[in-house]
Ligand binder design. Structure first.
Ligand SMILES: C[S@@+](CC[C@H](N)C(=O)[O-])C[C@H]1O[C@@H](n2cnc3c(N)ncnc32)[C@H](O)[C@@H]1O
Length: 295
């Protein structure tokens, strides 16, 4: 009898753990409030069980912003203790590093952590392979319209713009075609602008803007249309994610930069009036994955 009782307890604990993990992943990551993030002196920092410690490595004269706020500390190693965190829950901050002298000076990275963890974030040139240096260059309204037309967006679509900038693509998809949309951007300033645009254009019911890494979107399988105006290195990284997550029939529309290794279903050139160059739109339609031996 006692053994049976213990077995039930074990089973219930497994169910509880599974549900907790599922909830954390499905609900996405949340940034803890910035108030209370403390810069630490280097010596003798231990991580309390209810906080996390970020150890950031970067060029000594680089500026560092965390969660959209400038930090004051300097040097090649900078330590920050988070505010109190809920145990077992995942959080993230976006770190922006601005290198004073150099090509591609601004890099951004979303860093995940949980209570009790020490996370080393290496943002030194040559060491850092995860941060993004893709800055905001907006697609013109004319090209946005063409991208949505090429994808044949309707009110039944859910458009995800990965790296949404000021949100113009998802806002136009909602306003002009009645589509739902999700815009994801890693830069807190862009997310603020995009949210303002969503409110100004009155499409709050259709469009959601999220802060985060567009390579870690937890519900991309919902997308029927994905739009991209990102550099080839991002498109290379996102390709296997799109192949895994998108359903057959979903469309991917890329502005100017192709998705490596994919063959476009259509290529459209837009010549803007008064523009100084042509813009190219690549359309890809997701097909059922070919099973080995199906040919
Ligand atoms: C070239 S802009 C395109 C903006 C918008 N999609 C458009 O076409 O007007 C690229 C945007 O991607 C954002 N970005 C860069 N890397 C990112 C990443 N890993 N995750 C999310 N956003 C990212 C940048 O902050 C920037 O706003």
């Amino acid at each position: 009898m006692k053994r049976q009782y213990r077995r039930w307890i074990r089973l219930l604990s497994v169910i509880a753990i599974t549900l907790t993990l599922g909830w954390t992943i499905d609900s996405g990551l949340v940034g803890p409030p910035l108030a209370g993030l403390q810069a630490q002196e280097k010596s003798g920092v231990t991580v309390p069980p209810n906080k996390a410690l970020l150890r950031v490595l970067l060029p000594k004269d680089a500026q560092l912003e965390i969660g959209g706020e400038k930090t004051q500390s300097t040097g090649e190693e900078r330590l920050f203790l988070t505010p109190e965190l809920e145990p077992g829950k995942s959080y993230f901050y976006v770190l922006k590093v601005i290198n004073p002298n150099g090509f591609r000076q601004v890099r951004m990275r979303a860093v995940e952590f949980q209570a009790g963890q020490e996370v080393v974030v290496d943002l030194r040139p040559g060491k850092d392979t995860e941060s993004s240096n893709i800055i905001f260059v907006p697609t013109s309204e004319e090209v946005v319209l063409k991208m949505l037309e090429v994808a044949k967006v309707t009110k039944d679509d859910i458009v995800y713009d990965l790296g949404c900038g000021d949100g113009r693509i998802v806002v136009m998809a909602a306003k002009k075609f009645g589509a739902r949309g999700v815009g994801v951007d890693i830069d807190p300033d862009r997310v603020q602008e995009a949210n303002e645009k969503v409110r100004k254009e009155g499409v709050e019911k259709l469009v959601e803007i999220r802060l985060g890494d567009a390579l870690k979107v937890h519900d991309l399988h919902r997308a029927t249309v994905v739009t991209l105006y990102m550099l080839p290195e991002f498109n290379e990284k996102v390709r296997p994610i799109l192949e895994r997550e998108l359903k057959p029939g979903a469309r991917v529309v890329a502005h100017d930069f192709q998705v490596p290794q994919w063959k476009p279903d259509a290529v459209v050139t837009v010549t803007e009036q008064g523009g100084f160059r042509d813009h190219i739109i690549y359309l890809y339609i997701i097909r059922p994955a070919e099973k080995p031996g199906s040919k």
